[in-house]
Design a binder for this molecule. Structure first.
Ligand code: ZN
Ligand code: ZN
Length: 234
């Protein structure tokens, strides 16, 4: 497996100062991962073993479907389906865990994903680099503080990761800086969504009604809360 394609220079991710840097990193990894899987990786038996075992999540199937190379996808699906046939569908039924709706130990097959697993793998290394740079470089620390925002899921992931791995002396500063980036975004969005709601008041229906920054606030709030741009209306 060519893990080098999942290595991304940290400055490339933090320099643009536009949106959430972790979303940007994730998007870069995702694009590279999907290009690789639909192209060069097709003929690599060790990759196929992994994709047969893990399959893909709905989101990443959709992204692969958007690519031109339908034969790649068909070949991957063929051998993934074949593996399920050969193992037998019964093997995929989770063992009882006391109560049908209690949380199961085993992940559902539609939730395991080759691309997601690569992103998680690379993300862990990337988070480690962020923490190291934050501790070592004054310049990077400023760059981190100058980010436009951290989305809510990435704020939580990054802080949980730091709480576990970071030098205890540096941790409070890091949590404060990361918190400021998420808080700022949250407060702005809350204002914009409130403004949007007020625009439905009959007093605000005239041509001179001032929407301010609120017109796309629903889309931006969803992106902040989920780390993903909502799908455009067809
Ligand atoms: Zn994010
Ligand atoms: Zn996935």
């Amino acid at each position: 497996m060519q893990d080098s394609i999942y290595t991304i220079p940290i400055n490339e991710v933090f320099e643009p100062k536009d949106g959430c840097p972790i979303c940007r990193m994730r998007d870069m990894l995702e694009t590279r991962g999907i290009d690789y899987i639909m192209g060069a990786a097709m003929m690599e038996p060790d990759v196929r073993i992994e994709t047969n075992r893990l399959g893909f999540c709905k989101l990443h199937y959709d992204k692969m479907l958007q690519q031109k190379n339908r034969l790649s996808l068909a070949l991957m699906l063929e051998s993934h389906l074949k593996e399920i046939q050969e193992k037998g569908i019964g093997k995929y039924v989770p063992a009882p865990s006391g109560g049908l709706f209690k949380k199961k130990e085993t992940a559902k097959p539609e939730e395991t994903c080759f691309v997601c697993s690569k992103i998680e793998w690379a993300e862990e290394r990337f988070f480690d680099t962020i923490l190291k740079m934050y501790g070592q470089s004054e310049e990077f620390r400023s760059l981190f503080q100058e980010q436009e925002r951290l989305c809510f899921p990435h704020y939580r992931e990054l802080c949980a990761f730091a709480s576990e791995r970071m030098n205890k002396k540096l941790l409070p500063d890091f949590l404060k800086d990361a918190g400021a980036l998420c808080q700022k975004a949250l407060d702005e969005l809350k204002n914009d969504v409130s403004h949007y709601c007020k625009m439905f008041d009959y007093r605000n229906t005239g041509a001179e009604a001032d929407w301010g920054n609120s017109r796309d606030s629903i889309e931006r709030a969803i992106a902040f809360l989920t780390s993903r741009e909502p799908e455009k209306k067809k």
